[in-house]
Design a binder for this molecule. Structure first.
Ligand code: ADP
Length: 526
């Protein structure tokens, strides 16, 4: 008899004790019980496990789960076992006898879910055994690892498709249903997942990136250290995480907090295992309210009452930001995610990219990701809308909670400033970066400006009443707003996009809630 959603709900209640599926889960499970290949994209904490576990429990045969980390496998299997579900994993920590024992149990139908690392699929020995396991369903966790454009490429994920092909071609084998899951896939990575896992006419379900209880804010031009201190003091009784990009920065911030009498923890890869574990425990059990950390902190932490996540620096891409900021408000209570942006962050992130020994193509891609992160810091639109679009989810309803939605400053017509900027870029042959353009508009006579003869341009000094920083900021806003484009690479150049040309021709106006560093007063003086 065909499996129905009612059966699925019963399993949810009986096994997990939950009353209903979340929206995304329902859609994914509907597709899977109709045996359609599916890609599920949901943020961390969105409830991906249930999406494959419930169908796995409903159908005949074994579900093979591909999982990249031994610790993740173990957590999942422990959780399932405690719910009374027959689950097991095989990984490199076990000897052959143990692996054989588990495979025999799976063969006898005593196991419903078997977790394996992708490397396992590369072995012919495993393939032979797999044929006799009658794998009905293959669930691929952390599926972005298959894509070079994801943030965590794993070569062994490329073994999944050949494995399935061989399984299907084997005289006693058949192709299982496949579902792929990830928390962080841009539309580009999603396409890679579909192509490289050879999914057949898959359904795509992207949901849950909207976090109704999170208020996102980007602050540019703050004195970060003073801001952070005050921010934490104002929230002395709340749990919070402060992320910084380097160990040194973590140490500095931590020291400052402690000096001001705040009981703060710190966490980075330079500390001993014991120290890190102790810090983590102290934070989880509320012995310290605030923890200052690099991105090494947070993996696998399920602390529900984190009231704020403050980013002292801009992270390297939106995937990282969403993951880290998303650790706030797991309990659904109102929480804040604040990003303190400073142009130096761009330099730091580009430095990190240059440090990596990788292909020029890969570098260009990483630069692009940094730029999209910078755009987030400058966009005037709803920050959640920007975020959702980044992950391919379309929802244009403004969140009404973020810094941009709540920004009550009036829209100012900045068409004239924009025209000056655009024509300056045009006269500079669209071959220079943001800071050079800002220097020319400011009227600087620095060596480079003179060398190129830009002091003789009619646009030289056209925005001299503004600071160079304010001009740069405005250019970044115009980039984020789609008037200007940036080339890829370490030293990106700015070019005009079609909307900018319309502005130059006087066919289009530019409205802006004026950026903090661009006080309306300054503009009024134009
Ligand atoms: P992910 O793998 O997407 O990070 P998990 O599968 O670990 O997320 O689920 C996150 C949390 O949400 C878990 O504590 C899980 O038990 C809970 N959860 C998942 N689905 C539901 C549901 N339908 N109702 C209530 N809680 C749920």
């Amino acid at each position: 008899m065909a499996i129905t959603m009612q059966d699925a709900r019963q399993v949810l209640e009986r096994v997990y004790g939950y009353e209903q599926f979340r929206d995304g889960q329902k859609l994914i499970i509907e597709h899977l019980i109709e045996r359609k290949d599916t890609v599920g994209i949901m943020p961390t904490g969105g409830g991906k496990s249930i999406c494959y576990q419930v169908p796995a429990l409903l159908q005949h045969g074994l579900t093979l789960v591909i999982s990249p980390l031994i610790s993740l496998m173990k957590d999942q299997v422990d959780a399932l076992t405690s719910l009374g579900v027959e689950a097991a994993y095989i990984n490199s920590s076990q000897d052959t006898a143990e692996v054989n024992r588990i495979l025999r149990r799976a063969q006898a139908g005593e196991i419903k879910l078997l977790y394996v690392a992708p490397e396992r699929l590369e072995s012919d020995w495993f393939l032979e055994r797999a044929v006799s396991l009658r794998i009905a369903f293959l669930a691929v966790d952390e599926a972005h690892c298959v894509s070079q454009w994801g943030h965590d490429f794993r070569t062994s994920y490329r073994a999944i498709a050949p494995f399935v092909r061989k399984l299907a071609a084997h005289e006693f084998g058949e192709r299982p249903l496949i579902a792929a899951f990830t928390a962080t896939a841009t539309p580009e990575v999603t396409e890679d997942i579909i192509r490289l896992l050879e999914l057949q006419s898959p359904e795509k379900v992207i949901t849950g990136f909207k976090r109704d209880n999170l208020a996102f804010t980007v602050l540019r031009g703050e004195d970060r250290s003073a801001f952070t201190l005050q921010y934490v003091k104002d929230r002395a009784h709340q749990s919070g995480i402060i992320y910084a990009s380097t160990r040194r920065e973590v140490e500095n911030i931590h020291e400052q907090l402690v000096k001001s009498g705040i009981k703060a923890g710190r966490y980075h890869a330079g500390l001993s295992d014991e120290e890190r574990e102790a810090m983590q425990e102290a934070f989880i059990y509320d012995d310290v309210r605030v923890i200052v950390a690099t991105n090494a902190f947070g993996m696998g932490i399920d602390k529900s009452n984190v009231r704020y996540v403050l980013h002292y620096n801009m992270p390297k891409h939106m995937e990282a930001y969403v993951q880290e900021a998303g650790r706030a408000g797991r309990d659904g209570e109102p929480s804040e995610c604040v990003l303190l942006f400073h142009p130096q962050d761009i330099v730091t992130q580009k430095f990190f990219i240059e440090q990596n020994e990788t292909t020029p193509e890969r570098k260009a891609h990483e630069y692009k990701k940094v730029q999209l992160m910078i755009d987030y810091c400058y966009t005037p639109e709803c920050l959640q809308t920007y975020m959702l679009r980044y992950f391919g989810e379309h929802d244009d309803t403004p969140c009404m909670m973020c810094g941009n939605c709540k920004d009550e400053r009036e829209q100012v017509d900045i068409t004239i400033e924009a025209q000056k900027i655009f024509s300056c870029i045009y006269r500079m042959n669209q071959r220079f970066g943001v800071s050079m353009i800002a220097s020319v508009l400011k009227g600087s006579k620095n060596k480079k400006v003179i060398q190129y003869g830009f002091d003789r341009l009619s646009t030289h000094g056209e925005l001299r009443h503004m600071t160079e920083k304010a001009i740069s900021d405005l250019i970044y806003v115009l980039i984020a707003d789609g008037f200007l484009g940036l080339s890829e690479g370490q030293y990106p150049t700015v070019r005009l996009l079609a909307p900018a040309v319309e502005v130059i021709k006087g066919e289009r106006k530019v409205q802006q809630k004026v950026a903090q560093s661009l006080k309306p007063k300054t503009l009024a003086a134009v």
